[in-house]
Design a protein around this ligand. Structure first.
Ligand SMILES: Nc1ncnc2c1ncn2[C@@H]1O[C@H](COP(=O)(O)OP(=O)(O)O)[C@@H](O)[C@H]1O
Ligand SMILES: Cc1ncc(COP(=O)(O)O)c(N)n1
Length: 431
């Protein structure tokens, strides 16, 4: 189904029409992109923008209106009051989601005349964030109660079809006012980049409405979609990732395959590996490009004279290795795999002789406050060892502490590299 998208171009590729197109496409609908303005923008700032002439908007919309069965429209950055007027007129008979963009999240204005936004609020499902709701309602917002009141004011005074005041800047609860009723959509804070959340939210809402969902259900689904887009945002873009669902699933599939194959190779080392498996077992972890980590459920254990994986490859099957790997990836994102072996001085020596970059941490040097925090030890250890090495370590060991078995971690850029490193480490003769 076709969804009309009226929005501006963010040259940083994070927000605006690019995020909208990706969102609508990811949700399986056909985006019809109508450009309002070109912005000169990166994730840090907007240095300016150029709005198209209002007639160009009229002509773009007319070019597609007769040809596609448009089920919904999303309107974002407008750029000028003239554009606002034309877009309001050309889309007044459509189910319209209007994100009243006034400024970028970095603070620069994205419309010449804020008052002109009101022509588009009329008849729209409007999705202001807190500052935008304050501007449209004239009410300062500090609480959920204020959010409700401001939504009601916008609906009644500006004749919006529905109002969703988004709580991203406040309490993460979104408030919908529709047909005289309030609905609340609580959320949990998700870590990740949030540039483009408003764009993705309103586009997702338009896409779900195009599918025929009722408004409250569409809001709920849009909110969950945006949470995923934040959670799986990418450092490179410094913005939401509307393609998260596909990418997550594709990366999961590949990582599972890769690790399964590598574990099969590893267990072939059988008797040679057996004495190096620590009391707690060996695990083998692999991170996807989106930072999810697979490992062997139940670990790889000694089995008679050989070794055996206990369970299947699963997400988050090793808390320790996951934390070690994620910490390492903060410094060296190309590192994707890690495996732990029982500490042995001989193995460390051999690693050094083979030319591996070997580093270590000593739990006795761990600051008291990290010790007390309990879960920070691994992170502290990896960071300490990385800094000590001054370059990307291939092997990190520690000599243990009360109740902690000494351990060696072998890192690699993929699972195969780790297996190869284990192979040469266990081989009796030098390479
Ligand atoms: N850190 C976050 N964690 C989870 N949800 C968030 C976060 N930031 C924003 N959201 C959600 O994303 C959507 C967009 O909200 P918001 O960031 O307020 O809009 P805008 O991008 O227009 O400022 C809302 O559903 C909001 O609750
Ligand atoms: C072209 C364009 N459209 C919209 C936004 C708002 O997005 P955000 O609030 O995340 O900066 C933006 N920065 N640029």
């Amino acid at each position: 189904m076709a969804v009309l998208i009226v929005a501006g171009l963010d040259t940083g590729g994070g927000a605006g029409i690019k995020a909208d197109i990706e969102t609508v496409s990811a949700l399986g609908e056909h985006p019809l992109p109508i450009l309002t303005a070109v912005t000169y923008q990166n994730p840090e700032r907007v240095s300016g923008y150029f709005p198209l002439p209002a007639e160009a908007l009229r002509d773009q919309i007319r070019a597609v209106r007769g040809h596609f069965d448009i089920k919904a429209v999303k309107v974002g950055m407008l750029g000028s009051g003239g554009i606002a007027k034309v877009v309001a007129k050309e889309t007044e008979d459509l189910t319209r989601v209007f994100d009243p963009v006034m400024a970028s999240s970095t603070g620069e204005r994205l419309i010449d005349d804020i008052g002109s936004l009101k022509v588009l609020v009329k008849g729209s499902i409007v999705t202001p964030n807190v500052p935008e709701a304050e501007a449209l309602s004239g009410l300062k917002i500090h609480s959920l109660e204020d959010m409700r009141e401001s939504a009601r004011i916008i609906a009644q005074t500006l004749k919006a079809e529905a109002v969703i005041v988004k709580g991203g800047h406040l309490n993460l609860t979104d408030v919908l006012y529709w047909n005289g009723e309030f609905f609340e959509f609580p959320g949990e804070r998700v870590d990740g980049f949030t540039h483009g959340t408003g764009c993705a939210f309103s586009s997702a809402l338009a896409a779900f409405l195009a599918k025929g969902l009722e408004l409250p259900e569409a809001v709920e689904r849009a909110k969950r979609f945006v949470e995923g887009a934040i959670r799986f945002s990418k450092a490179e873009a410094k913005a939401v990732n509307p393609l998260w669902e596909f990418q997550r699933d594709a990366h999961r599939w590949r990582a599972r395959e890769e690790l399964e194959r590598a574990v099969q190779e590893l267990v072939k080392f059988g008797e040679k590996l057996n004495p190096h498996v620590p009391e707690v077992g060996t695990n083998f972890a692999l991170a996807t490009a989106l930072g999810e980590v697979f490992a062997v459920k139940g670990r790889i254990v000694r089995y008679g004279k050989t070794v055996k994986p206990v369970g299947p490859i699963e997400l988050n099957a090793s808390d320790h290795l996951r934390r070690a790997l994620l910490k390492m990836r903060e410094f060296y994102p190309e590192v994707r795999a890690v495996l732990n072996l029982r500490y042995s001085g001989k193995l460390v020596e051999r690693a050094e002789r083979l030319g591996f970059v070997v580093s270590f941490y000593d739990r006795r040097e761990e600051p008291e406050e990290v010790k007390r925090a309990e879960r920070g030890t691994m992170e502290w250890g990896i960071e300490t060892a990385v800094r000590r090495a001054g370059k990307r370590p291939d092997v990190i060991y520690h000599l243990g502490d009360w109740g902690k078995e000494p351990m060696i971690l072998i890192f690699g850029r993929d699972a195969r590299e780790v297996v190869e490193r284990v192979r040469v480490l266990l081989s009796p003769s030098p390479r």
